[in-house]
Design a protein around this ligand. Structure first.
Ligand code: NAP
Length: 475
């Protein structure tokens, strides 16, 4: 089978014999075939990255200019790239367009950060016997960055890895998700066009168990930046020894609706943020804890807002909820609904599946041990859970092994601050749902949700080492 998209290694487009079929996730028809990387291709990509890093061809200003150009190119090709995302990920077009806007911003922020990487003065002369010394630190790149990305944001989560890595003088070997490799190859095209020297970005396509695994075993890679499931993140942490790591993992986001909230606004907000990209975002609302005093009112407004969501073909610009990444995943989600029903939960909206499209589904009467509550559902399913006491509610929120982002709706400042201090997460929203992210902010979870932060400024801290320089002065 001919390959429509070759790999990108050492500044060259490399066609291979073996290909990977990428499906249109809505129609399930073949979209394109992409070259698959062999062991030798991965080895070449890592060697090219190491050599390009050592070559140290770009000044910080050069990196700024290249990244700025890539950001512009992303905006110029916005429609083309949004269409790719819609087809290969099944993401509704309006959300795909938004993702391209955000990717352009992520790269632009990375460009700006390239000019701000600095160390600090260290007052060593204050130590007795060191009076004639002066010291400062500089930040140096780690070398080769191994980036492994998930399917759900095929361009923006890739720019969160490639942008900061290039901005800070590293070289990258990128393995995109097998479901969505085309967006990454497009991004490589833009870097090529923007004049990135060869070897600084390499894209190798292939399964996690082959290409991903090989990358994990290669000691030339000095830092791994991984976004994906907690299961694979844990494996990466165990397998990569003392190497540096950034892990952005799963979550089952909680949102609290306090009795003193603007209930109608809260319902509208959480409904939109529970089902975007069919619930397949890591900060999608999953558990909604509603104060019993406002439970019925919230539920009525919430269902009303869910009914307004348009479900179906992701290529239709009006669609809010499209297919899941595969029929298999939609069936898995459906079986979790069934398990909850069998154990006493009630489906008060949705619950039906057609192929890979699962209707937005709302459950009540679920308990903590049901999968739809305690695990990451990663599907268009939310559960409404009643509470009467905020302290007890937060204990239930924190019973989750995850802790990426959460939120509370309340007009009471004391309740807001109390929750912000007590809920165990990396980011907490007041009067907004868990699903809030702009690309300059520090982003990353606690507990099983991750290790290290993303956001260009924060990734650059992880992707550089602090080096101390001490001057022994004679005068
Ligand atoms: P996934 O199955 O863990 O895959 C993520 C990446 O890891 C893919 O490129 C995958 O390759 C690769 N991989 C799989 N097995 C591997 C192995 N043994 N060694 C090395 N790499 C391996 O996750 P996903 O289904 O694509 O994405 C959904 C998950 O990502 C959810 O849990 C979600 O919460 C999480 N996520 C977290 C964040 C965050 O910022 N915290 C953001 C987005 C998504 P293949 O595609 O070839 O299998």
């Amino acid at each position: 089978m001919a390959s429509d998209y070759p790999l990108y290694i050492d500044g060259e487009w490399v066609k291979t014999d073996e290909t990977l079929e990428v499906l249109n996730k809505y129609t399930q028809e073949t979209y394109v075939n992409v070259s698959k990387a062999s062991e030798n291709d991965v080895d070449q990509a890592i060697a090219a990255a190491e050599s390009a890093y050592k070559n140290d061809a770009l000044s910080p200003y050069d990196r700024y200019e290249i990244l700025k150009r890539v950001s512009e190119l992303l905006m110029e090709r916005k429609e083309e790239i949004a269409d790719i995302i819609t087809i290969e990920a099944g993401k509704p077009l309006k959300q795909a367009r938004n993702e391209v806007d955000r990717a352009a911003q992520t790269i632009e922020i990375s460009a700006e950060e390239a000019k701000r990487i600095s160390g600090e003065g260290i007052p060593v002369e204050a130590a007795p016997g060191s009076e004639n010394r002066m010291a400062f630190t500089i930040r140096v790149p780690v070398g080769v960055v191994g980036a492994i990305s998930p399917f759900n944001f095929p361009i923006n989560l890739v720019t969160h890895k490639v942008g900061p890595a290039i901005a800070s003088g590293n070289a990258v070997v990128l393995k995109p998700a097998s479901n969505t490799p085309v967006s990454s190859l497009k991004l490589a095209e833009l870097f090529h066009e923007a004049g990135l020297p060869k070897g600084l970005l390499n894209v190798v396509v292939g399964s996690g168990s082959t290409v991903g695994n090989q990358m994990m075993q290669d000691s030339r890679i000095r830092l791994y930046t991984f976004t994906g499931s907690t299961e694979i993140g844990l494996k990466l942490k165990q397998d990569t020894g003392l190497n540096k790591l950034i892990l952005e993992l799963g979550n089952n986001s909680p949102v609290i609706i306090d009795e003193e909230a603007d209930i109608k606004a809260a319902a509208k907000n959480t409904a939109a943020k529970s089902f975007a990209f069919a619930g397949q975002t890591c900060i999608s609302v999953q558990r909604i804890y509603v104060h019993e005093a406002v439970q019925q009112e919230f539920q009525d407004y919430f269902i009303q807002a869910v009914k307004e969501l348009k479900v179906g073909d992701p290529a239709d610009p009006q669609t809010d909820v499209g297919p899941m990444i595969s029929e298999e995943e939609a069936k898995r989600a459906e079986s979790w609904i069934q398990e909850a029903k069998d154990s006493g939960a009630e489906v008060i909206y949705g619950g039906t599946r057609k192929g890979s499209v699962l209707e937005p589904t709302v459950l009540t009467g679920a308990t903590e041990e049901m999968k739809v509550v305690c695990e990451e559902v990663f599907a268009p399913i939310v559960t409404l859970l009643p509470f009467s006491d905020i302290k007890q509610c937060i204990d239930e929120v924190n019973a989750s092994p995850y802790g990426l982002q959460g939120g509370i709706f309340t007009q009471n400042i004391d309740t807001a601050f109390y929750a912000a201090k007590k809920v165990e997460v990396g980011g907490f929203m007041v009067n907004d749902a868990s699903q809030y992210r702009v690309d300059l902010m520090p982003y990353g979870g606690v507990k099983n949700s991750g290790w290290g932060k993303e956001g260009p400024k924060y990734s650059i801290e992880e992707m550089t080492e602090e080096r101390l320089i001490v001057m022994n002065l004679n005068k």
